[in-house]
Design a protein around this ligand. Structure first.
Ligand SMILES: [Zn+2]
Length: 191
């Protein structure tokens, strides 16, 4: 049987947004995120981080620096009883200065490429899965991948263009509220 995935945006959703930060000691979770992870740990869902990391293309840090970020997120998940099944990131940016990453790709959100890749590699049923983010690019990526979508309204989205592809299924006050909504809507396969 295919599995259910919960795809989390990183900066502003799971972690406090420190632009282009890759230093583990500066990584902090958003309010209520630890409770969200503890709740997620009780579900059957596989948990993934889906993140744009244009800092690679822009030359702010090497791709290898993201291994430290991945390790710190693994630690934070484990600290709350949860397990991170995958960290999928887009290192590209069309205006990048590092040649191999300076391009238009199909993985930079709002494109759904990272979610589709995670689903293929982990046998995820996207129609019963969810994308949670704090800007409408996250919502559009989730919808284009065929997931349910939740926007955390923490003020990070400043351009409210609610076209049909960018309308979230639910608007949450924080990550815990978002996860509670998923558990409420659970088909029975979740818990
Ligand atoms: Zn990309």
């Amino acid at each position: 049987m295919k599995r259910i995935g919960i795809f989390l945006d990183k900066d502003g959703t799971l972690l406090q947004d420190v632009p282009y930060n890759v230093a583990p000691e500066r990584i902090r979770m958003t309010p209520r995120a630890e409770y969200a992870l503890a709740l997620l740990a009780q579900t059957d869902a596989d948990l993934f981080i889906i993140s744009n990391q244009p800092g690679v293309a822009l030359g702010y840090f090497p791709m290898s620096a993201l291994a430290n970020v991945h390790a710190e997120m693994n630690r934070l998940f484990a600290q709350n009883g949860a397990r991170l099944s995958g960290f999928y990131f887009c290192p590209h940016h069309p205006d990048g200065v590092i040649g191999e990453y300076a391009l238009h790709c199909n993985c930079r959100k709002p494109a759904p490429g990272l979610i589709l890749q995670a689903a293929t590699e982990n046998d995820i049923d996207l129609s019963h899965s969810w994308m949670i983010g704090d800007i409408l690019h996250d919502i559009e990526a989730g919808r284009r991948a065929g997931c349910g979508t939740i926007l955390i309204d923490n003020g990070n989205e400043t351009e409210w263009q609610l076209s049909p592809t960018r309308r979230p299924d639910y608007i949450a006050s924080d990550l815990e509220d978002a996860v509670k909504h998923i558990v409420r809507r659970g088909t029975g396969a979740l818990i």
